[in-house]
Design a protein around this ligand. Structure first.
Ligand SMILES: *[C@@H]1O[C@H](CO)[C@@H](O)[C@H](O)[C@H]1NC(C)=O
Ligand SMILES: *[C@@H]1O[C@H](CO)[C@@H](O)[C@H](O)[C@H]1NC(C)=O
Ligand SMILES: *[C@@H]1O[C@H](CO)[C@@H](O)[C@H](O)[C@H]1NC(C)=O
Ligand SMILES: *[C@@H]1O[C@H](CO)[C@@H](O)[C@H](O)[C@H]1NC(C)=O
Ligand SMILES: *[C@@H]1O[C@H](CO)[C@@H](O)[C@H](O)[C@H]1NC(C)=O
Ligand SMILES: *[C@@H]1O[C@H](CO)[C@@H](O)[C@H](O)[C@H]1NC(C)=O
Length: 674
């Protein structure tokens, strides 16, 4: 058996800025890990390379044609032996067709960047995995390359917790083995206020018995890698197991009466009935939930208006109230669908500016000559028309130099559209991560951008009438105007989409990324301090010109934050600086910004400064900055942990028994005859 390569990552908390709403067209998938095989390289301009290129470029189209994205799995080959390329991808079972497609398409490009000459690489994201090989890889288990991840937070009552993890994972595995997509999720109560969530999945080409073998083997490793931890994952090329104290997958719709749940196998008595549909949440359920709410809301508002009008007739002297005011504002904000169609040339592809987290964005020109950006929201917002309007009115009232202004909306039939001011210079990521364009952002510009973003967030947090938590701060959400002033976009989307902090909705927003901030895991709620964390990541990205989520450093630091922390601790913070800035920077400002960035990403939210303090720190050198603690998000290799040296072989039964874990030993022995 090939010696197992142990790579152990440990993630502390989430990388906030990769936060996305899982029901929308996603941006880049969340990278987890990759292996290039160093033993098999191809040579440039070889037949293998051309087969590989042909395969990777045609994969998205061919998979789409073969319904691979809706199934969440696809395998393909190109060329003839000995230069044949075998390839497959797997999307996490709860992901929508769109997210799956997005992830795989991204992966086909990313994998070549990560492993430019490898004949046998694999890359994992939260949303999907992609691998190819010069060897036949279908319908065979591969577990020699394994990744372990765990949340460093300890579970309370570890013995009870480990028991529950073991039994829940085991149930999930049994269910996955019998599932046509080889996928299952399970949930159980740990304490009265904490639930445990588990996921098990195999590639769809495996037989039931191979799937079972792979999953049981992976589960058996959980005690060693992740015992007593609040979250853990074992990823192999053939199967994946994971558990967390928060819903990291899109939960199947409620077991309640979805009209025609098509069950492909009879559910075991305790299982949740999962209606099978494109998104995992059946549209009939959404309608069932939304329709009554929407009708009630409309009736309520209608009554309110009626009563108000009557009241007004009686008491003419009553002062104007906010709600009336809002109705006036609402009228002024409303655009016809035709106007938008004309402005955007019927949403022509020439006008398309990009694809955000919530839908496609088009450039438009109003008859008055005013330029606008039109965001056509993806359909499933799960919110009634009236609520949508109410939230738009609230968000339109937020006005600040460093926020993209919402000019209005359009609501007709299925269409939900937001109209924004047009900001000419694209977004920060367009400049920041592009080696050719980075140079256009000198230090003084970058420093001004940092200050502007800070003031924009401060306004959202403190100064507007509402407290708005952005939740998705990242470089692509920072637009730049003609003078390169930053303007934050996509704020208030959580409100507009009707995703509030209440429990019912948290499951919907989780899922597109790794590990959550502790405050989110415990309270299911984002706080202003989670935005501060996102801001800190942005500051470090602006200084380094590097993207946190695709940061691959060879010297052990696998993410930007731990690299920044290392340089800071070693007393060499200026090493972090984007080489483009070497000549132009102010040493003092750069070091203060690095320190500030590190203060923002500290593990304990209470230790992170508030936006008000941050703005003060940026404006005044006389404010002394505290010393930062180690960042919340940290990945390192922990090979010193005593993991078994051979994959899935637990010859030492005593090790296994000593684990406070209910791994089903019978099935392990049955599955691994020696
Ligand atoms: C394959 O390429 C990688 C990276 O370029 C290198 O580290 C490795 O030694 C190569 N392996 C062989 C067998 O040439
Ligand atoms: C591969 O082919 C291209 C043109 O066909 C050539 O420019 C390039 O130098 C070749 N590369 C190698 C490594 O042979
Ligand atoms: C993609 O599909 C086309 C048409 O069906 C086929 O000719 C081609 O070989 C496929 N490509 C791969 C890599 O399977
Ligand atoms: C996909 O995998 C199956 C085995 O699971 C194999 O029979 C089939 O030929 C593969 N398809 C392609 C296009 O290689
Ligand atoms: C978790 O528990 C271990 C020992 O059981 C301890 O060494 C470690 O510091 C704890 N970690 C945290 C984050 O509390
Ligand atoms: C979890 O507990 C809640 C109440 O505390 C209960 O309503 C629910 O049915 C429990 N769920 C499971 C899966 O046991």
């Amino acid at each position: 058996m090939t010696p197992l390569i142990f790579f152990v990552l440990f993630l502390f908390v989430i990388y906030l800025s990769s936060f996305q709403f899982s029901f929308t067209a996603a941006a880049d998938p969340t990278y987890v890990y990759h292996f290039c095989s160093d033993t098999a390289n191809f040579t440039r301009n070889s037949t293998f390379e051309s087969n590989l290129n042909r395969l990777l470029t045609s994969l998205p189209t061919n998979a789409s044609r073969g319904n691979g994205f809706s199934r969440g799995f696809f395998n393909a080959t190109a060329g003839q032996d000995p230069n044949r390329v075998y390839s497959l991808f797997l999307c996490r079972g709860d992901q929508t067709t769109d997210i799956c497609q997005n992830c795989v398409t991204f992966a086909t490009r990313d994998v070549i960047r990560l492993c430019p000459v490898s004949k046998d690489p694999i890359v994992w994201y939260d949303e999907c995995l992609l691998r190819y090989s010069n060897k036949y890889i279908f319908s065979t288990i591969e577990t020699t390359r394994t990744v372990y991840l765990w949340n460093t937070q300890n579970a309370t009552d570890p013995v009870k917790f480990n028991d529950l993890v073991g039994s829940l994972m085991s149930e999930a595995a049994s269910q996955a083995v019998n599932d046509p997509k080889n996928f299952a999720t399970k949930m159980a109560n740990f304490t009265s206020f904490q639930n445990l969530y588990a996921l098990a999945q195999c590639t769809q080409d495996l037989s039931s018995s191979d799937c079972n073998k792979c999953l049981r083997g992976a589960i058996a490793q959980l005690p060693t890698c992740c015992g007593g931890k609040q979250g853990g994952r074992v990823l192999t090329p053939s199967c994946i197991v994971r558990y967390e104290l928060y819903p990291f997958y899109n939960e199947p719709a409620t077991p309640a009466p979805a009209p025609t749940p098509v069950l492909l196998s009879p559910p075991p008595p305790s299982s949740v009935i999962r209606p099978r549909g494109k998104s995992g949440i059946s549209s009939s359920t959404i309608i069932a939930i939304v329709a009554p709410i929407a009708v009630a809301a409309v009736l309520f508002v209608a009554c309110l208006c009626f009563l108000r009008r009557r009241a007004k007739k009686k008491y003419n002297a009553v002062p104007e109230e906010n709600a009336d005011n809002d109705l006036t504002i609402l009228e002024s904000l409303q655009f016809d669908f035709e106007t938008i169609e004309v402005a955007t040339n019927k949403f022509s592809t020439d006008n398309k500016l990009g694809e955000g987290g919530f839908g496609e964005v088009y450039k438009g020109v109003l008859p008055s000559g005013q330029e606008i950006a039109v965001k056509r929201l993806s359909a499933s917002s799960g919110q009634g028309a009236q609520e949508f309007k109410n939230e738009v009115v609230l968000v339109a009232k937020l006005q600040h130099r460093n926020l993209v202004r919402l000019l209005g909306f359009c609501l007709e039939g299925e269409e939900k559209i937001l109209v924004y001011e047009f900001v000419p210079n694209k977004s920060l990521d367009y400049f920041l991560y592009d080696p050719e364009k980075q140079g256009q952002l000198d230090w003084s510009r970058r420093y001004k951008i940092i200050g502007g973003i800070a003031r924009g967030i401060l306004y959202l947090h403190e100064d507007s009438r509402l407290r708005i938590i952005h939740r998705d701060l990242k470089a692509s959400n920072i637009l730049l105007d003609a003078e390169m002033n930053p303007k934050i976009s996509d704020f208030g989307m959580a409100r507009i989409f009707g995703v509030d902090q209440t429990q019912g909705n948290t499951s919907r927003i989780a899922g597109t990324f790794g590990y959550m901030a502790p405050e989110y895991a415990m309270h299911g709620q984002f706080s202003v301090k989670s935005d501060v964390y996102g801001f800190g990541v942005l500051v470090l990205e602006i200084i380094t010109g590097k993207k946190n989520s695709s940061f691959y450093q060879t010297d052990g630091a696998r993410d930007l934050l731990s690299y920044a922390w290392k340089q800071w601790r070693d007393g060499t913070p200026l090493q972090l600086l984007d080489p483009n800035l070497t000549d132009s920077h102010s040493r003092n400002e750069v070091i203060r910004c690095i320190q500030l960035g590190l203060l923002c990403v500290q593990e304990d939210p209470a230790e992170r400064p508030s936006m008000a303090t941050i703005v003060l720190m940026l404006n005044s050198y006389s404010v002394t900055l505290p010393s930062p603690q180690q960042p919340a998000f940290f990945i390192g290799s922990r090979t010193e942990r005593s993991l078994p040296t051979k994959e899935f072989e637990f010859s030492d039964k005593s090790t296994n028994k000593s684990m406070p874990w209910s791994v089903d030993e019978a099935s392990i022995t049955e599955v691994y005859p020696r």
